[in-house]
Design a protein around this ligand. Structure first.
Ligand code: COA
Length: 147
């Protein structure tokens, strides 16, 4: 199992994993290409084992802040600790690049994501009503990396 920066060759697998989670904002090929294309403030990581991509996660880093832009684990590989490891990898990378806080946003009905973020120390700092499809609130969370 290893983490590495996503490459264009990963695109079909990124799109496939994303399509397994229809509630996740769908970036499309162009969205992924922008993040892979080396925007200086972007980092798109993949987690892979010998046989396949297990998931991906993204960051925008503008020190002293970083934002988790996306996070997903292949549905067949979920609930085995990979999402937590990927999130920790993103946090480590954000800190390495100068972030002191990491923010993110999750749908209020996304219990798996909210459970993961809460258990990694993210605290709720705001709420955007009906942001998703005009129905579901967005929960804003923040991690203080200096603690
Ligand atoms: C959220 C996600 C990345 C978690 O990845 P994962 O590898 O399945 O999660 P892990 O096995 O690392 O579990 C970490 C924690 O997440 C929470 N969690 C994960 N799956 C859960 C589920 N089905 N139900 C409830 N809690 C869940 C739990 O708190 C869990 O900790 P625990 O095992 O000690 O109870 C994954 O469910 C996913 O890809 N979801 C779809 C995309 C998405 O919603 N991304 C987040 C956008 S904000």
């Amino acid at each position: 199992m290893k983490f590495r920066a996503a490459e264009l060759a990963d695109l079909p697998f990124l799109l496939e994993i994303q399509s397994e989670w229809p509630a996740l904002p769908q970036w499309g090929a162009d969205g992924f290409k922008k993040e892979i294309g080396g925007l200086p403030r972007s980092y798109l990581a993949v987690l892979e084992d010998a046989s396949a991509l297990l998931g991906f996660g993204g960051l925008w880093i503008i020190p002293p802040e970083a934002q988790v832009t996306t996070l997903a684990i292949a549905r067949a590989r979920s609930r085995r600790g990979w999402g937590r490891r990927l999130l920790r990898h993103l946090i480590d990378e954000a800190v390495r690049r100068g972030a002191r806080t990491v923010t993110l946003e999750a749908a209020a009905d996304n219990q798996p994501a909210l459970g993961l973020y809460g258990s990694e120390g993210f605290r709720i700092v705001g709420r955007r009503p009906k942001l998703y499809n005009g129905v579901v609130d967005a929960i804003l969370m923040e991690l203080d990396c200096q603690r």
